[in-house]
Design a binder for this molecule. Structure first.
Ligand SMILES: [Zn+2]
Length: 121
């Protein structure tokens, strides 16, 4: 098993990334589709309260683009949540496929990794 200090360090990394993803998802995520006046596009230069046809068209385009990003962010978000769950269960750092230890260098590069290098797709 990983030692406590390494696990704590990686857990901290995961939590930080989770918090960042939460902010990003809240910013461009689905909830805000319901409230267009509070909706921020990824290009960051949409002004609220000055809606004209061009801006609405831009918003529509940006929304379509965002859906791919949101899916990606959600996937990452779920991977991190799973990794944090494994820390709680004490199975963190163990390859889900073959049961080998995942090298620390790999976990440091990607703390949400659930497989060893051999089993990675
Ligand atoms: Zn493996």
């Amino acid at each position: 098993m990983l030692d406590k200090r390494t696990t704590a360090k990686l857990e901290e990394k995961l939590k930080q990334e989770l918090a960042t993803l939460e902010i990003e998802l809240a910013d461009i995520g689905k909830e805000n589709y319901m409230n267009p006046s509070d909706w921020h596009g990824t290009n960051g230069d949409l002004e609220t309260g000055t809606a004209d046809a061009t801006i609405l068209a831009d918003r529509f385009e940006a929304k379509t683009t965002n859906e791919g990003i949101v899916t990606e962010l959600e996937e990452r978000f779920n991977h991190i949540k799973e990794a944090l769950g494994r820390i709680k269960k004490g199975t963190y750092g163990v390859c889900e496929k073959c049961g080998a230890m995942i090298p620390i260098a790999r976990l440091e590069a990607n703390p949400a990794a659930s497989t060893c290098i051999n089993c990675a797709e």
